[in-house]
Design a protein around this ligand. Structure first.
Ligand code: 5GP
Length: 143
């Protein structure tokens, strides 16, 4: 079995307790991921191309926990799927798949997650897909 590339900051932990955002608000270009995209805040880059940036989550919740974000001002999956141009949507989806392959996650398996708005528990108002792996991930939702 291929060994996954682990997130460098992983320590097992439970729960995050931040305020979820309203995903219907206009894009805020001061959000933390916009600042990471502009290089104003450091991140541990995993992959970058014209459409997407992937970096390790600062508080990993699995042995591999990487965030993939599109290079464009989209608040959420809802906003992105409604407004983004076809080339960016295609490029972003391909980037997510490539990151998972590059991290060695395909054969052991992995999970994608995009939280949207209040009920989804979205904390950062720039679309991000969580990529989790490196160990069996348990049930899809906490029980
Ligand atoms: P959400 O709850 O919005 O789906 O997930 C936001 C994620 O962003 C969380 O997993 C959180 O740990 C991560 N995060 C928040 N701020 C930063 C940061 O400054 N750098 C990185 N790398 N991750 C962050």
């Amino acid at each position: 079995m291929a060994e996954p590339v682990l997130s460098p900051d992983f320590v097992p932990r439970t729960g995050l307790f931040a305020m979820p955002i309203d995903a219907t608000l206009p894009y805020d270009d001061q959000n933390v991921f916009a600042r990471i995209l502009r290089g104003e805040i450091p991140s541990k880059t995993v992959y970058e191309d014209d459409f997407a940036l992937a970096f390790h989550d600062i508080a990993p919740q699995a042995p591999v926990h990487v965030l993939v974000i599109p290079k464009g001002p989209y608040v959420s999956w809802d906003d992105f799927s409604a407004r983004a141009p076809e080339a960016l949507i295609a490029g972003f989806v391909r980037a997510v798949g490539k990151v998972a392959r590059d991290l060695g996650l395909v054969e052991p398996g992995y999970r994608l997650l995009a939280n949207v708005g209040n009920h989804g528990g979205q904390e950062v108002p720039h679309l991000h897909v969580h990529l989790f792996g490196g160990a069996p991930l348990g049930p899809m939702l906490a029980r």
